[in-house]
Design a protein around this ligand. Structure first.
Ligand SMILES: Nc1ncnc2c1ncn2[C@@H]1O[C@H](COP(=O)(O)OP(=O)(O)OP(=O)(O)O)[C@@H](O)[C@H]1O
Ligand SMILES: [Mg+2]
Length: 268
C-alpha cells in the first residue's frame, strides 16, 4: 500500500545484514544496474566506510569529492554529493573511510538517526527523478544502518546460503522492530534474497529450505547463484550486467529486479 505520510518520490530500500560478506554491496550494485536497464533512474547511497559500492562503480577513493560523510555530518547539499557513474541511469553518493567516525561524532546530535532521512528528502531528489534509492549498509547494526532504516521504506536482506546464515537474522529483525517503534512505523521488509547459492551443495539447499520454511513469502523466488563473474566484475569497476551480460549472475539480478518490481506493483 502506498504510504500517505511519505512524500511521493523514489522507493528507498536499505540493503542490510550485519553479517559481513553476505552480498549486500554486490546486490546494491547489480540490482541498481538491473533496475536501470529497465529504464528506472537509480541512486546508490554508499553508507559503508569500506566504500565498496563506490569502488565497484569505478569511483576511485582519491576522486570521490564530497561523500556521504559530508552529506550526514557536514550538511552538504545532496546535489553536490551525487555523482554519475559509467552505468546509464545509475548515480551514487560515494563513501570513504571518513564515514567510520560518524557514529562517534553523532552521539550527541539529537537528530542523529534522522540525518539520512532528511538528506534524501532534499528537493534534488525530485529533480533527478529517481525511481529507486538503494542504500548499501555496513556490516553492523550501527547508527549508520539505523539511519538507513529510518530513511527507507523497506529493508532488503541478502542472506548468504551458508551455515549460521539464519542465526543473525533475529538480531536484524529486532533492530527493524525497534526502528518501527521509535522512528519509522511503516518500515517494511522488502524481502530476503539468497546469495552465493550453490545448487550442487547440500548445505546451500538446506539453508534455502530453512529460510523458505521460516520466512515464507519474504524470501524472493529468485536465488542469486555463486558465479565467478559476479566476483570478478568489481575489479573492472562495472556491474556484472556490464562485465558479462549473459552470465548466470547477471540473469539472476535481472530476475530479482523484475520480481521486486512485480511486488511493488502488487502493493500499489
Ligand atoms: N553471487 C556471487 N557469486 C560469487 N561471488 C560473490 C557473489 N556475491 C558476492 N560475491 C563476492 O563475495 C564477497 C562479499 O560480497 P559483498 O562485498 O557484496 O558482501 P557485503 O555483504 O557487502 O560485505 P561487507 O559486509 O563487507 O560490506 C565479494 O568478494 C563478492 O565479490
Ligand atoms: Mg559491502
Amino acid at each position: 500500500m502506498s504510504d500517505p505520510t511519505r512524500p511521493a518520490g523514489p522507493r528507498i530500500i536499505a540493503i542490510a545484514n550485519q553479517k559481513g560478506g553476505v552480498g549486500k554491496t554486490t546486490t546494491a550494485i547489480n540490482l541498481a544496474a538491473a533496475l536501470a536497464e529497465l529504464g528506472h533512474r537509480v541512486l546508490v547511497v554508499d553508507l559503508d566506510p569500506q566504500g565498496n559500492a563506490s569502488t565497484g562503480f569505478g569511483i576511485e577513493a582519491q576522486h570521490r569529492g564530497l561523500t556521504t560523510y559530508d552529506l550526514l555530518i557536514e550538511d552538504a547539499a545532496l546535489e553536490d554529493v551525487i555523482r554519475a557513474t559509467d552505468s546509464p541511469n545509475v548515480w551514487i553518493c560515494p563513501a570513504t573511510t571518513d564515514l567510520s567516525s560518524a557514529d562517534i561524532q553523532l552521539v550527541s546530535n539529537e537528530k542523529r538517526s534522522h540525518l539520512l532521512y532528511d538528506a534524501l528528502r532534499q528537493p534534488a531528489i525530485d529533480a533527478y527523478g529517481f525511481g529507486f534509492v538503494l542504500i548499501d549498509c555496513p556490516p553492523s547494526l550501527s547508527l549508520l544502518t539505523v539511519n538507513a532504516m529510518v530513511a527507507a521504506h523497506s529493508v532488503l536482506v541478502p542472506l548468504q546460503a551458508e551455515f549460521f546464515a539464519l542465526e543473525g537474522l533475529s538480531q536484524l529483525m529486532l533492530t527493524i522492530r525497534e526502528v518501527r517503534q521509535t522512528a519509522n512505523q511503516n518500515l517494511r521488509i522488502e524481502g530476503v534474497v539468497l546469495t552465493m547459492h550453490d545448487m550442487r551443495n547440500n548445505l546451500s539447499q538446506q539453508v534455502e529450505n530453512d529460510a523458505r520454511e521460516t520466512l515464507g513469502d519474504l524470501v524472493f523466488t529468485t536465488v542469486v547463484p555463486r558465479n565467478v563473474r559476479v566476483s570478478e566484475a568489481p575489479s573492472y569497476a562495472v556491474p556484472v550486467l556490464t562485465y558479462d551480460t549473459l552470465s548466470k549472475g547477471s540473469q539472476a539480478y535481472r530476475a530479482l529486479a523484475s520480481e521486486l518490481l512485480a511486488r511493488t506493483m502488487a502493493e500499489a
